[in-house]
Design a protein around this ligand. Structure first.
Ligand code: PRP
Ligand code: URA
Length: 208
């Protein structure tokens, strides 16, 4: 359990381009997907394995293979959608559940407005994805909702995390591993991550 920072030159390089306010919407979206793919690599490190027999051109061999297909990715709308493609490129058979959530701009409190999960979600390993872990309010509420749905194996993935958000998650959901690309300095008075990358949803979808 705990926080796992994917400390890798490719992640760090791509993250720096992402932070640049002059990066285009197209490039931003592609980079979110690529970094998401790289973090997924770490977040899936403990997926259960089994073996099967194959016949290579040389001989029969017992080879490793993923056990079962019980994996689901759950993006927090909107910005989490930007990470789904990267996860699915790594785990093509994953199911996708959607959690609609927005923050009240004044109180910063998160509100769930939509939740559509695969029927057997309680039996799946769940990876909740959102580019930003800021105050942690959205992440904590998303994990709580998945627990209410019966999920036991839950991980959380972000591109950027603030120490405040990490602390809140560790306090409320100490059983949930957090995977991220970098931990930033903190939050400003508006709840934005500093130095951060701005509003992830607006930059992914070009809404500002
Ligand atoms: C952003 C971000 C997270 C949340 C993080 O979403 O994508 O969901 O804020 O902040 P928190 O850790 O303080 O809860 P936002 O509410 O801006 O919605 P959007 O995805 O629609 O842009
Ligand atoms: N949500 C964002 O999109 N960016 C932040 O810095 C914090 C919350």
């Amino acid at each position: 359990m705990g926080v796992h920072v994917v400390d890798h030159p490719l992640v760090a390089h791509k993250m720096s381009i992402l932070r640049d306010k002059n990066t285009s919407v197209k490039d931003f979206r592609e980079l979110v997907s690529e970094i998401g793919m790289l973090i997924t690599y770490e977040a899936t490190r403990d997926l259960p394995m089994t073996t099967r027999m194959v016949e290579t051109p040389i001989c029969k061999a017992e080879v490793p293979t993923l056990k079962g297909k019980k994996f689901a990715v759950v993006p927090i709308l909107r910005a989490g959608l930007g990470l789904v493609d990267g996860v699915l490129r790594m785990v093509p058979g994953a199911r996708v559940g959607h959690m609609g959530m927005y923050r009240d701009e004044e109180t910063l409190e998160p509100h769930v407005y939509f939740c559509k999960m695969p029927k057997d979600i309680a039996d799946r390993n769940v990876l909740i994805v959102d580019p930003m872990l800021a105050t942690g309010g959205s992440a904590v509420e998303a994990v709580s909702e998945m627990k209410r749905q019966g999920c036991k194996n839950i991980k959380f993935m972000a591109l950027l995390a603030a120490p405040e958000g990490i602390a809140k998650m560790e306090e409320v959901h100490p059983d949930v591993d957090i995977f991220c690309g970098v931990i930033d300095k903190g939050l400003n008075e508006n709840g934005y991550i500093v130095p951060g990358l701005g509003d992830a949803g607006d930059r992914i979808f070009g809404t500002k």
